[in-house]
Design a protein around this ligand. Structure first.
Ligand code: NAP
Length: 257
């Protein structure tokens, strides 16, 4: 049986991915900073699902996650790294803690997951990272997130180079705007969601389940010759421009900007 570890699996894209991999027969470990949510999700899935607490910014925590999976389920065949946060702010305003907070979770977290997953993955297994449209499309006010996700894309390629000798495939999915708890704030800024949608040829945000389908494809034998690749999944938003987050925020409070 395929053993799948979904990091950041208690919410949004990670949860949709965990549920889909489980529905397709995998034994799933839902690992998340929010352990209570992960436990609830594992209970929702029932058999072949277990929750684990992990903080991807803490190496000992990530190491313990994979040691525990090997001890309890066996070497995983599929690892998906979905943990992410975003701290917005113009470069000239963004404090160092905000910069580091995003880099620590999105980029260092991806590195630590690859490091410790890569040591225990079955030969022929796969790692899929969730990068972002912002890994290649800049957005005003999103410097730390854009830089982190660009780093994830290159990290994915390097990992593909290094792990290919064991038949391990490492790929990235780069979504545009997907409706999840992470993006709930978009609707609070007047006009921002409309701006996103205007810049998507398909005219709507994505659903977590749509991203999960692509992750499940990359993790499957159907993608057996794909590694070091990125799949864009954004309603066509990469063909246009990214919304000007700073302009929208400034319009909310013109005296403060
Ligand atoms: P989400 O619903 O907020 O889920 C992210 C999960 O990661 C949450 O359960 C969160 O736990 C967990 N997490 C945060 N910090 C962590 C840490 N240090 N260690 C372990 N887990 C941690 O977000 P999402 O929208 O599904 O995002 C999933 C991934 O897709 C992220 O990498 C994100 O950058 C990327 N992405 C999202 C979109 C989008 O539009 N939604 C677009 C492009 C890329 P807490 O709730 O406790 O923080």
């Amino acid at each position: 049986m395929n053993i799948a570890v979904v990091v950041g699996g208690a919410s949004g894209i990670g949860w949709a991915t965990a549920a889909l991999l489980h529905a397709r027969g995998a034994s799933v470990v839902i690992a998340d900073l929010d352990f209570a949510a992960a436990q609830q999700r594992a209970a929702d899935l029932g058999e072949r699902a277990r929750a684990c607490e992990v903080d991807v910014t803490d190496e000992s925590s990530v190491e313990a996650l994979f040691a525990g999976v090997v001890a309890q389920e066996g070497p995983p065949g599929t690892v998906v790294e979905c943990a992410g946060v975003s701290v917005p702010g113009a470069i000239t305003d963004l404090d160092l803690a905000g910069w580091k907070g995003t880099l620590d979770v999105c980029l260092t977290g991806a590195f630590l997951v690859m490091k410790h997953a890569g040591r225990v993955l079955q030969d022929g297994g796969s790692i899929t990272t969730i990068a972002s449209l912002n890994g290649r499309q800049p957005a005003r006010g999103m410097a730390s997130y854009c830089a982190a996700k660009a780093g994830v894309l290159m990290l994915t390629e390097v990992a593909a180079l290094e792990l290919g000798v064991r038949g391990i495939r490492v790929n990235a999915v780069s979504p545009g705007l997907v409706d999840t708890p992470m993006t709930a704030g978009v609707g609070l800024v007047p006009g921002l969601r409309e701006d996103y949608l205007e810049n998507m040829p398909l005219g709507r945000a994505g659903r977590p389940e749509e991203v999960a389908e692509v992750v499940a494809f990359l993790a499957s034998d159907a993608a057996s010759w794909m590694t070091g690749a990125t799949i864009d999944l954004n309603g066509g938003a990469h063909t246009r421009r990214y919304p000007d987050l700073l302009a929208h925020i400034a319009a909310m409070a013109p005296d403060q900007h």
